[in-house]
Design a protein around this ligand. Structure first.
Ligand code: ATP
Ligand code: MG
Length: 217
């Protein structure tokens, strides 16, 4: 893995003790990244013994629930700023550099092709996004490419996912995490209304939002 954290490079993709590496992938719009994302990634890395968690910001242009999304470079930079101090976290430009919407299944197969065959892939998602995956493209292929870790999230019924998705599937795990009722939508609304976002996002991200003038109404 290069310290610049772009794509994993082939070769040497084993831990010091010769075990296959375990790599988590966490996709998101990250508009902006917040501590809910960071806690989810950290919990996944601890609970599932991951060597690395790779954050993959979505590409541009992309309308999410009919609102325009901030420029990809801003979302990418905020993700880098937020994850910089954690040696196990990295950020991939894969979807950003492809441009346009990318399906999870395509990202996972691209990564699969770049990693050593024995490296285990884990796709980390919140309960809400988990429900979407199973209504998206090739859910079975997603499960063939990666273990899926579905984190609990306040306001989203993991039981609904249990009914709709094959939760009994050996490749899906539900992960309990400390409940953080934080969303990027709420942070954008707060900035627009001049309310504080301190402690909801890392300090550097708050400073970046302020400096660039993101989310002002
Ligand atoms: P938005 O409100 O714009 O949809 P978001 O807070 O949901 O933003 P996303 O970038 O859409 O953030 O989410 C990326 C991933 O992180 C998704 O899998 C989502 O379920 C998960 N996630 C986001 N916030 C939380 C949270 N507070 N707890 C657990 N998982 C979360
Ligand atoms: Mg979301």
């Amino acid at each position: 893995m290069s310290p610049r954290g772009s794509e994993p490079e082939g070769g040497g993709d084993r831990t010091i003790d010769g075990m296959a590496r375990r790599v988590g992938v966490m996709g998101g719009t990250y508009d902006p990244i917040h501590i809910g994302h960071l806690v989810t990634a950290e919990e996944a890395s601890r609970q599932f013994d991951l060597n690395e968690v790779m954050f993959v910001p979505t590409g541009q242009p992309w309308m999410k629930a009919d609102r325009p999304v901030s420029p990809a470079e801003d979302r990418y930079l905020m993700t880098v700023i937020a994850t910089a101090s954690n040696p196990r976290f990295s950020v991939s430009r894969l979807e950003i550099d492809r441009g346009g919407p990318t399906y999870t299944v395509d990202t996972l197969s691209l990564l699969r092709g770049k990693l050593e065959p024995e490296t285990e892939l884990f796709f980390i998602t919140g309960a809400d996004a988990m429900l979407e995956i199973f209504h998206w493209k090739d859910p079975e292929e997603v499960l063939a490419l990666a273990h899926v870790i579905a984190a609990t999230r306040p306001g989203y019924d993991i039981a609904r996912f249990e009914r709709e998705a094959p939760s009994a599937h050996p490749r899906v795990d539900v992960m309990d995490i400390p409940a953080l009722s934080i969303s990027s939508s709420d942070i954008r609304r707060r900035v627009a209304a001049g309310r504080p976002i301190r402690y909801l996002v890392p300090e550097g991200v708050e400073a970046y939002i302020e400096k660039v003038g993101l989310y002002r109404s």
